[in-house]
Design a protein around this ligand. Sequence first.
Ligand code: SF4
Length: 338
Amino acid sequence: MVKKSLCGLTAEEIYNLISPSGFNLSHAVSITNSIYKKRREEISGFAKIPQKLRDELESFSFSGIFQPAAYEISADKTVKYLFRTDTGKEYETVCIPDAKRNTICVSTQSGCRMGCRFCATARYGFRGNLTAGEIINQVISLPDAEKITHVVFMGMGEPMDNIENVLKACEILTAEWGLALSPRNVTVSTVGLTSGVETFLRSSLCNLTLSLGSPFAEERKSVVPAEFHYPVYTIIEMMKRYPREKKRRFSLAYVMINAWNDSDSHLEELKILVGSSGIRVNLLPYHPVTNDPNTSSSSERMQYFKHNLIVSGISASVRKSRGSDISAACGLLAAGLK
Ligand code: SF4
């Protein structure tokens, strides 16, 4: 019999597994607490459940928590972890410590099939979806997991291309019986697959970020092929229409490339696209992949964009680069994988 991973299951799913033997929902919640809050790798270490239940769990399941295969530490203390599953899937996770927050950037797929031009993960190709358990394990298996305050789905893969597992991971991250993070501290990033975005907006209260590339549709097609099938303006219209609950944040990620998407006409088009929607714009430095002659816009140019967006009534920020020396920065994950 193939044993089942408990990590990745909801309290209700665990209850459904154990209730035929007479165990109740509070036993199921004790199990999720042992996995998601206490991060017990062995079922023998699960607390507040009878030994009979531990024995039963051992017979058909395992915790599903496993350690990274390798890690690298950046000069700025960002840490990149490599995970490898029993089936050979590889994927990377980045831990970004900061003065007031500790953020984990998780992968949702091994590789990616979206083919974005400026992304190392696209070059790696698509090797498979990650399960909800494999996504959650990237958070709970790390040292200092209890200090994590924010989770962003911005690692390898397109989250909306693996929407069921991503939604389940968001539920586990935010549920009281799970990691109990605020949905405001969980952000999912996408290039904009319409049906996935629609499902996500309807089913989750977590934040959403849309990767733009360019505000001009034809230009965006040359770097984000998803634009051919899922025009960005339809996604933005969907975000504008959706009621904003409990301070849920919608944003655009705009990676700025020198003399490519940082002209005044790009700035004006960006303003038109965002308008008075309340969508925030995060401006990010560009990190070239191997053999790419492009460079990042200067910090002065990024500040110029930020200033002009703010003056136009659009909330904007310039994000710092983290972990670029270990290929952990935005767009560089999978650069070292074969
Ligand atoms: S940018 Fe994101 S969606 Fe595009 S190829 Fe890279 S990982 Fe996939």
